[in-house]
Design a protein around this ligand. Structure first.
Ligand code: 13P
Length: 284
């Protein structure tokens, strides 16, 4: 079923598990991610930056997610990732995205609350879920860069106030992970995550999943992470495979011969992540 973030996270919460949220950068990657979820019998969250949504077309993304959810009987959420602009968020909601993230993490707390609340008001009336971020995750996500000096952990007291005043469905927390980290792994502050879990009563989201060590996945899920974001690992896999194929093949072959191996790589990576069996249990 094509569904909302709120719905799938409700179930994840009951089972004390997390759902994988995977960034696609084009239309081709999208079915490859959903097929991995079908093989692993789990729900899946597809997320795109505003850049990707504008490039592919919002309605095209919605149409593919809807039709694959229906065809394969898998729960699919389509989520707009890290949107800072209210009009971009409205565009996605109006086109049929079932979830959005307002990223006001670079704003002072009060402005972040106001901006987030405005998005929640618009989204809620249309049965669309909202994720927001407090504290700052470092690194680069689709061209949006946050230097390590500006990155700061989520403050538990602020988090309680933020959730209460905004009415969001999921909170992205800054606990030491960074976007785009793939050559090394992250040192997560489990202490901070525990403090947050103790006081925040909505599902927590981890960003920068590529840099999270496999052995830390279970631990963060035990400490309340219910949405697990992975982007860069897919991009790196696609780009490496793509380079290999283009180097290997004649230039007049069907470009499918260069693209299909990349799609297989994407499916493999997503399946491996989901299969770190701390992710959502098979259920359909
Ligand atoms: P990575 O690209 O580092 O895996 O992070 C993905 C993410 O958090 C998307 O918001």
């Amino acid at each position: 079923m094509y569904t909302t973030l709120k719905e799938v996270l409700k179930e994840a919460e009951l089972l004390h598990m997390a759902i994988g949220a995977f960034n696609t950068h084009n239309l081709e990657m999208l079915p490859a991610i959903i097929k991995a979820a079908v093989h692993q019998k789990t729900p899946v969250i597809i997320q795109t930056s505003c850049g990707t949504a504008n490039y592919v077309g919002h309605r095209n993304l919605v149409a593919v997610c809807r039709s694959m959810a229906e065809e394969y009987g898998v729960d699919v959420v389509l989520h707009l990732d890290h949107a800072r602009d209210y009009d971009e968020i409205r565009k996605a909601i109006d086109a049929g995205f079932s979830s959005v993230m307002f990223d006001g993490s670079s704003l002072p707390l009060k402005e972040n609350i106001l901006g987030t609340k405005r998005v929640v008001d618009y989204a809620r009336a249309r049965n669309v879920s909202v994720e927001a971020e407090l504290g700052t995750v470092g690194g680069t996500e689709d061209g949006i860069a946050v230097s390590q000096d500006d990155a700061c952990y989520t403050d538990p007291e602020d988090a309680v106030e933020f959730v209460k005043q905004t009415g969001i469905d999921a909170l992205a927390v800054a606990i030491g992970t960074s976007h785009g980290q793939y050559k090394s792994k992250t040192n997560i502050s489990f202490e901070r995550l525990k403090e947050l879990q103790e006081v925040v009563d909505i599902p927590l989201v981890i960003h920068g999943g590529t840099g999270v060590k496999d052995e830390d996945v279970k631990r963060v899920i035990d400490l309340g992470i219910r949405k697990f974001n992975v982007g860069t690992e897919l991009l790196v896999g696609w780009n490496r495979k793509s380079r290999e194929c283009y180097d290997e093949h004649r230039e007049n072959i069907s470009n499918r011969d260069n693209v299909v191996p990349c799609l297989d790589t994407i499916t493999e990576i997503v399946e491996r992540k989901i299969h770190l069996d701390e992710f959502f249990a098979p259920r359909f």
